[in-house]
Design a protein around this ligand. Structure first.
Ligand SMILES: NC(=O)c1ccc[n+]([C@@H]2O[C@H](COP(=O)([O-])OP(=O)(O)OC[C@H]3O[C@@H](n4cnc5c(N)ncnc54)[C@H](OP(=O)(O)O)[C@@H]3O)[C@@H](O)[C@H]2O)c1
Length: 292
């Protein structure tokens, strides 16, 4: 039986993993969040990993409030960089493996082709800079970690874009949504399956460290995404496309966030669903799918 520490387990991804572990009986999962294991506390992290004899660390913890981060850089750095280093050092010391999650925000979004792992990073926000610093800190502390950059994450849990659009679609006749930011919506359940697949492959002797990109298949704008959410939910609000400049936010968003997934698919044999298929599944699970 292998012991798997899941940090930040009360968030979207952590809960999505928790929901799916029944299919993985060969592992003892330890689900923790800031109240049970604050990953900023280096000595607590070292003690926990040693005492529980952790074999794998799945780091789902992060500071994810992108706009708030612009005025909260110190805390954002502590969670997204320093705490990731703590996990890497603790894992490396006992020979445990780390699977860590990062973001498309490490890029500035000026590409016109899907980003590959070797593309030059150039974060345009505090959140993006701290996540990139976390990747680097982890690679120094634990060189054989797997780092998965993902984008546009949503789920049945916590606050996310899908939930916001469902609320607005119920409250308003008209919703204005940006159409000049392009990416791939990613259901946290699909990322959870990808991470659990990597865990299984690792046990089978096929753990290949490095940086990987993962999102659901397909590409759309936030506007297109909203149209689909409302259509599947049977909500009649009109969706109007607007430009990013007409929706000012504190943190800059990449205009182009599409990630090339060829490496993770080839290395770990993943089959990735299309975002529309996964959106349908998520809305159905959360009781938001229209009956018609
Ligand atoms: N959401 C997206 O669109 C998106 C896109 C690309 C990449 N990502 C990345 O994907 C990963 C998962 O994101 P998510 O949406 O699941 O995040 P999330 O829902 O915000 O969950 C993060 C969890 O980490 C916890 N946490 C914060 N500080 C901690 C600490 N010091 N010790 C332990 N736990 C702590 C949070 O607790 P509190 O809520 O109490 O702070 C929360 O439960 C993150 O690495 C994120 O950067 C997300």
């Amino acid at each position: 039986m292998k012991t798997v520490l899941v940090t930040g387990a009360n968030g979207q991804l952590g809960n999505s993993i928790r929901q799916r572990v029944v299919g993985y009986p060969g592992y003892a999962f330890l689900f923790t969040d800031v109240d049970t294991l604050d990953i900023c506390d280096a000595s607590a992290v070292h003690a926990y990993v040693k005492e529980k004899k952790v074999d794998y660390v799945l780091n789902c913890a992060a500071y994810t409030a992108v706009d708030k981060a612009e005025e909260d850089e110190a805390l954002c750095l502590r969670i997204n960089r320093d705490a990731v280093r703590n996990l890497g050092e603790a894992a490396h010391r006992v020979g445990a493996r780390v699977i860590h999650v990062s973001t498309d925000y490490v890029f500035d979004g000026t590409n016109y082709l899907p980003y590959v792992e070797t593309d030059v990073t150039c974060p345009a926000s505090v959140y993006g800079r701290t996540k990139l610093a976390g990747e680097q800190a982890l690679q120094e502390a634990c060189p054989d970690a797997v780092i998965i950059r993902t984008a546009w994450l949503y789920s049945e849990y916590g606050n996310n874009f899908v939930k916001t659009m469902l609320r607005l679609g119920n409250e308003k006749d008209e919703i204005r949504v940006v159409f000049d930011q392009i990416g791939s919506p990613t259901y946290a359940g699909d990322l959870a399956v990808a991470i659990l697949t990597i865990l299984e492959k690792a046990e089978g002797g096929s753990f290949v460290p490095g940086i990987y990109h993962f999102s659901d298949e397909g590409v759309c704008s936030w506007y297109d995404f909203t149209v689909k959410i409302l259509q599947l939910a049977g909500l009649k609000a009109r969706v109007l496309p607007i430009e990013t400049k007409d929706y000012p936010a504190k943190a800059a968003r990449p205009h182009f966030s599409v990630l090339n997934k060829a490496k993770i698919k080839a290395t770990y044999g993943l089959t990735v669903p299309h975002w529309e298929e996964s959106l349908h599944a998520c809305l159905k699970l959360s009781g938001n799918l229209s009956k018609q």
